[in-house]
Each structure stands twice: as C-alpha cells, then as structure tokens.
Design a protein around this ligand. Structure first.
Ligand code: Z3D
Length: 654
C-alpha cells in the first residue's frame, strides 16, 4: 500500500573475486525511476536485500541491478597491502584514480576551476553533489602526497567521510539488470483495518409476547452505529441484505424445518421480489440504505457488504437464466455444499454454460452497490467459483473504481487461497482462528508476514458467525481478551463479529459455531454488562493503539522473540525512521500469555537489533500501552501474565 516499505531480495554474483553490489530500481506508474540501496544479507549465499517505498497508487514495477564495485574491491586489497607495505604507492595511486572517477560520476555543477573563491564560484559549486566531488578530489590529492605517512594517505581514501560517501553513492560498473516485476500499490485500507460485523436485521430488533419479533432495519442500525464507531472500528461489515427465499428455508439451529416466523438465512438469496440487486423489504429502501452508508461514513466507517454468489430456489435467475445452473437428468438442481457443510436452502451458480452472461450480470450488480457507496466486498466462498471469473471481475472494478477492496472468504487449501490473492483479491481470511498454541501462532504469524506477505494480505478473526473454535468455547472471558489482543496486533487487518464483547461462547452441539446462531434468527444484545464493557474498552484501546502506531499497521516487519514459557509468545513489529510517515522510528512489542486457564511467568530474550536498538544497549524503556505502565527492560525481561487480569502487554519501545 502507499507508504509501505516493500522488501526486495536478490541473488547477485559475478566471476572471480571482485566485490559486487546491488541496487533496487523502482519505477512509478508514470515511469519515474528511483534507486534504493541494497545490502548483503548473507555473504556465503550471495543474497542481497533492501526495501523500496512507493508513494502513490497504481501499477508500479521494480527490478534489481547487480554491479561490480571497484571501490570495495580496491578497499579490501589496499588495506591489506599498504599495511604490509606491498605496492604502497601503486595501491594509493589506484585509489586516487578511483576517487576521481567517482567524483566525475557524481555529476552536479561543474567545478569552479580557476575562478578563485568569489561569490559566483560558490554558487556554482554549491549542493551535495559538488560537496562530494570536492571531498573526493581533495582525498585523491592527499593519497598522492608522498610527504605524508602511508597510513595517513590510505586513511584519506579508505576511511571516514570518503568511505561513507563511497558506500552511499558507490561507483557502479558493469551494471546488469534482472527481469522486471509488477508491484501493485493500493490504498492503506487494503492492508490496514478494524472490521466490525453485524446482521442488520438484529440491530434494533425487539421482541414481546404480544407483537412477537419486530425486525431491525437500516434505520435502527444507523441509530446504533455510535457504539461501534466509538470503539474505533473503521469498517462496518453487513451480512447479506437481500430478500431471503422461502423454499427449503432453514430454521433455528440449522434446522431443515423452519417455522413460519423464522426469518431464514440471509445467505439464501432471492425471492420473486428480487435477488442480488434488491434489498430485503424488512430492512428498508435504497434511500434508507444510502442514509446508513452516509451515517457510517460520517462516523469514520466504510461499509463492507457480503457478496454470496448463490441462489435460493426462489431467486429470479432460476427462472430467467436456467443456463446459470446445472440441471440433473431429472430436471432438478442439486443444493450447494462446501464439504462438510450442506446448504440445503441454496443452489450453486454454474459459470461454465454462459460465462460472459453471468459475468456481465455480476459486474452490473457490483457496480450498483459501488454506486450506493459500498467500497468493500466480503466475498463468500470465492473458491467455489472460477479463478478466471474473479480475475476478470476484480481487474475491471479496479480499473474503474480503484478504491474498491475485495476480501476473500476462502477457508480451503492454501494454494487456492494464495491464487485468489494473486488474481486480485486485496485481502483474505486466514486460519488464524485455528492457530492456538505458541508453536502454531508463531509459525503462522511468520508465514503470513513472510513470503506470503508479498501477495496475500491477511485478516485475522477470533470468531465469526460461522466459527467458534474449541479454544473460544473453553477459554471464557480470558480467551476473548487474549484473542482480541492477538488479532489486533498479529496482522494489520482484523475483525470482530458482534457479540464478541458478550463472550457468546456456547456452541451448537456437534458444530463449531455459536448455538442459536444469528444466521437463522434475530438476536437482541445488551452491551451494558460489566463483561461487555471490559471487552469493549479493550477493543477501543487496541484500535486506538493501532491508529497511533505505524508499527502495527505493517505486515512484513515481524520478529518473534524467544520466551522460556511454552504458552507465552513474544513478537515485535518495527518500522525504521526512514520508512515511517512521520519520520520517527516506531517499535511495538507484544508479550502475550496464550493460556486462558493459568498464570504464566518466565523470561523473554530480545533480539535488540530487531527492536531498532543498539545490540550493546543495557536497557530500554518499555511502555505498556494496555496498562499505562513503564518497565525497564534489557536484553532479557521477566514477565508474569495473568489471563484473568493482565493477559499480555502491548509495549511501545522508547
Ligand atoms: C455462511 C454461509 C449459511 C448457513 C447455512 C446456510 C447457508 C445458505 C455459507 C453459504 C458460506 C459462508 C457464510 N461461509 O454463513 O452459510 O450457515 O446453514 O445453508 O443460507 O448460509 O453462503 O459465512
């Protein structure tokens, strides 16, 4: 995303024993070229690395240049030889010539030869390039000055400012270049965000024995947005808002026999009144929807809507476009599945008979919602639709509405999840919810931040309306504290499903999802309980910390640190000053007890360099942003973490 440091690595070598160097070359969408230094990561493996920071949206590209470094080659030999007094004059003359060559390569204004020290001459020679040239030319002269001791002549060319300058602006010979690679740069929200998920019909719903259930709607949701916005969420995610079919409607707890009063699963899209381009009549009109989007924006939240490409048997397409479904020999259509889950209330779409017709209709639908202010789509089970379809759709929308973001809800084989990211999905759900032990969490965070991070932006959800893991079922309030902290800091994007604040942790027997699931009924929630207030306050604090610390708004800046306890993890995120929007380095350390059942204590051993500190430094100030406490930590620190009190620290390194 704009302003994000993008790590680039390359393998660079040449024949013989000469020193080589590498430079990353970044090309902007308008063709502007900038060069970024790379350093040798591993001498034995000839591996080089560096970062580039694109500063605008669009299609960038990059390549790597490998080159012969005559100065480093000379430096290596000269230090040894002059010390041993072998070929001293020869080595110093070679060095002097190199510095002169480097001075010419620096460019800048012509040197003010023979013009004395007048004002005009000063103007001509001003500027960093000219200063550098002056420095190198003077050094070359000193190296040739036989009246000085050899060590002093060598130091003039091999040390101090000259050495630094030759490192910063190396003389690059025999430059060769790699292939050119694409770099797609998107807006920050594609990487960074805090999502809050609701079922619009539940927010503001009421029940009384006399009236029965009265649905919530866009108006009651709009009237209830302040609580969510005050917690600092920046994306309001709505489960589907379209008409819900009656045929094979599901009832409470996934029952196949709905009662007449059951509202049905909002994922069973479509009735005679309309499909994916229509609003559920209970929820309100397009004007009400527009007002909800406007209110949400006013409160600082974008609206994300669900795109579930499937149909209730009552959906208009079933009649108008039978070619978008697969008919079995008896004329029936098989219901949809995502094994082991069965969706008896919906038909899957088939993209094979009329790919263009279906594509154009879905494009029309996406454009419709974009025209109503929707900027983010959470795409339901995208792995059950063709990759070429997504590639085409997302590219088209990106070309006309570059702000639009698609989140992939594909819980499937990693190659499919990765490929969905590669064909255009800006974000992806992850296996975060099922990674619970120290080993699992550390390994997964490293995978997400590592190589995967160059093409897949993860979103971490401790629970969803479909997911309530055994860990969350058994860990109670403590588990909810722990996983909120981990989700909010483990990646730049995370999401909370409403009710999390209330520790809704009872599962339907035999299923890893909440009992009395909101998918099949209305839910009224009272957030004025002590538990809800505590968790809301924690979420508020985490969202605020994320806003204030660029270190938590980046993905690939992760380092795991060693701890002695087998349930306590420690990781840091560091952004150096040169990659930070305000020019200040930022470092956050997260130290977290993952065991919701017991107090853990032990010692953490820091990789101080990864924290941006001097490895010889004895101590640093660790300011815990969760408890507003300052600690003095060193290369090691003691911790004691109580899941029923202070389960973890989110520390700002000062
Ligand atoms: C998930 C969806 C819900 C219910 C099912 C019901 C179905 C269709 C699922 C299909 C995909 C996605 C959604 N993971 O909630 O399933 O759980 O019982 O048959 O109505 O909707 O869209 O998050």
């Amino acid at each position: 995303v704009v302003g994000e440091a993008v790590p680039i690595e390359a393998t660079v070598f040449k024949e013989g024993h000469d020193a080589v160097g590498a430079t990353a070359v970044l090309v902007s969408p308008t063709g502007q070229v900038t060069r970024w230094p790379m350093t040798e990561l591993s001498r034995g493996l000839a591996r080089w690395g560096g970062s580039v920071v694109p500063d605008a949206l669009g299609e960038w590209s990059f390549r790597v240049e490998g080159w012969f470094d005559p100065y480093a080659t000379w430096h290596h030999d000269a230090v040894i030889k002059v010390e041993a007094d072998v070929d001293t004059d020869l080595m110093l003359e070679m060095g002097a010539r190199l510095l002169e060559q480097a001075a010419t390569a620096l460019g800048g204004e012509a040197p003010a030869k023979g013009q004395g020290g007048g004002k005009h001459a000063k103007e001509l020679t001003d500027g960093p390039a000219a200063d550098g040239r002056q420095l190198l030319i003077e050094a070359a002269a000193k190296m040739r000055n036989g009246a000085l001791p050899a060590a002093e002549r060598l130091a003039a060319g091999a040390g101090g400012e000259v050495f630094d300058l030759m490192r910063a602006k190396p003389l690059r010979l025999d430059v060769t270049k790699s292939a050119t690679y694409h770099l797609v740069v998107q807006r920050e929200r594609a990487l960074v965000g805090s999502w809050y998920e609701v079922f619009p019909r539940s927010v503001g719903a009421t029940f009384s024995p006399e009236t029965g259930w009265v649905t919530g709607n866009f108006k009651t949701l709009a009237a209830n947005l302040d609580r969510i916005a005050e917690m600092g969420f920046d994306v309001l995610y709505l489960t589907p808002i379209h008409p819900i079919g009656a045929t094979n409607r599901k009832g409470r707890n996934n029952s196949l026999n709905a009662r007449p009063t059951d509202p049905g699963s909002p994922y069973a899209i479509g009735t005679a009144e309309g499909g994916h381009d229509a609003l559920h009549p209970d929820l309100g009109s397009f004007d009400d929807f527009d007002a909800l989007v406007a209110r949400s924006r006013l409160l600082g939240m974008e609206v994300a809507m669900d795109i579930a490409l499937q149909c209730s048997p009552d959906h208009p397409w079933v009649k108008s476009h039978p070619e978008w479904f697969i008919q079995r020999p008896d004329g029936s259509i098989a219901y949809a599945e995502n094994p082991p889950k069965k969706y008896q209330d919906i038909y899957p779409l088939s993209f094979d008979q009329d790919p263009d017709g279906l594509y154009l209709e879905i494009l029309r639908i996406i454009r419709l919602w974009v025209s109503h202010g929707v900027t983010i789509f959470r795409v339901d089970n995208p792995h059950t639709k063709p990759l070429v379809f997504w590639e085409r759709l997302i590219a088209q929308i990106a070309a006309e509405s570059p702000d639009v973001i698609f989140l992939s809800e594909a819980f499937t084989r990693p190659p499919m999840m990765h490929t969905l990211a590669l064909v255009g999905f800006q974000q992806s759900y992850t296996y975060f919810a099922w990674r619970n032990t120290k080993e699992e969490v550390c390994e997964y965070l490293e995978e997400l931040a590592g190589e995967w991070g160059s093409f897949m932006r993860p979103s971490l959800w401790p629970t969803t309306h479909d997911i309530l893991t055994p860990y969350m079922q058994q860990g109670g309030l403590a588990a909810h504290r722990i996983r909120a902290i981990l989700a909010a800091t483990g990646a730049p994007n995370y999401g909370i499903y409403t009710g999390y604040e209330l520790v809704e942790d009872v599962a339907r027997p035999g299923a890893e999802e909440a009992i009395d699931n909101e998918k099949y009924e209305y839910k009224i929630r009272d957030f004025n309980t002590p538990v809800a207030q505590e968790l809301s306050a924690l979420l508020t604090l985490l969202n605020r910390i994320k806003r204030q610390h660029v270190a938590l708004r980046r993905l690939r800046n992760l380092t795991i640190h060693t701890t002695t306890d087998d349930s306590t993890i420690c990781f840091s995120r560091h952004v150096p000053a040169e990659h930070s929007p305000d020019g200040k380095a930022d470092t956050i350390v997260v130290l977290l007890n993952l065991d919701p059942h017991s107090v853990r204590e032990g010692e953490v051993q820091f990789d101080l360099e990864a924290l941006g500190l001097d490895p010889d430094q004895d101590s640093f100030e660790a300011y815990d942003l969760l408890s507003d406490q300052a600690f003095t930590w060193g290369e090691t620190a003691f911790f004691r973490l109580d899941p029923n009190g202070q389960a973890g620290h989110v520390v700002h390194v000062r």
